[in-house]
Write a protein that binds this ligand. Sequence first.
Ligand code: ADP
Length: 266
Amino acid sequence: MITAENVSFAYDDAVVLNGVRVTAAPGRVVGLIGPNGSGKTTLLRTLYASLEPRAGLVSLDHAPIGSYTPREVARRLAVVVQEGSGELPLTVSELVLLGRAPHLSTFQRQSREDYAIAAAALSRVGTRHLAERVFSGLSGGEKQRVLIARALAQQADHLLLDEPTNHLDIRYQHEVLQLVRALDVATVIVLHDLNLAARYCDELVLLDGGTVAAAGTPDEVLRPEVLEPVYRIGVQRVPTDDGVQLLFRPLEQGEHREPADGSGPA
Ligand code: ADP
């Protein structure tokens, strides 16, 4: 279980999170959605302790995340973000093996089992054939899948992902999210695509200007009266064979919906 309670954060004087709550229980996939600049990445960074909240508390399995050593955090929490990973002059298999590091003691070499776990993780995301390639030479989509393989090799009970479908073609977007969903871990995932969020998340937290504009099931959150004032775009829900598809259109000049009054969807 990973929880942020009343988390606030500011870069210098600019407040970008204000009293935000989010909880992911084991086996649940919680999606963070919201317009550009609404604070999704910043919230995710507080969840993996890359940023310290100005106020509020992030807890991992009911203890403050600050009470764990970095190594203990790495055993419990895997993170898939693109920043900073591309520069390492490592092969794909070396990078994925790094996922095993939190489970080894200092100077201990990886065992056969670690190699087997890394190879299985590469196979699971369809990248076994890339094992000997240099990571920095891969395409964006290949890199993304390899970073997910590294997270799988880490075998943590919590998984945080920032836009993991970036750079992926449609088939891999679905494959990666199906895979994430099938893992029995607590997951928080930043997603831009609201239709993917609808299909693969158990719960959604909609951020707007650093506060939670709405939280609940995809069916509760992905409604025109909730989304339109936040994204300033026309939203239509269209029933499909296996759920609902959202369609979007630009609003006409002067056409806009007031924020929902908090009494829930009309
Ligand atoms: P999102 O992920 O929803 O697009 P971010 O969390 O990246 O939003 O950003 C939230 C706000 O914080 C934005 O206004 C952004 O410009 C600002 N911001 C993000 N990173 C920094 C930084 N390192 N320094 C200063 N401001 C930042």
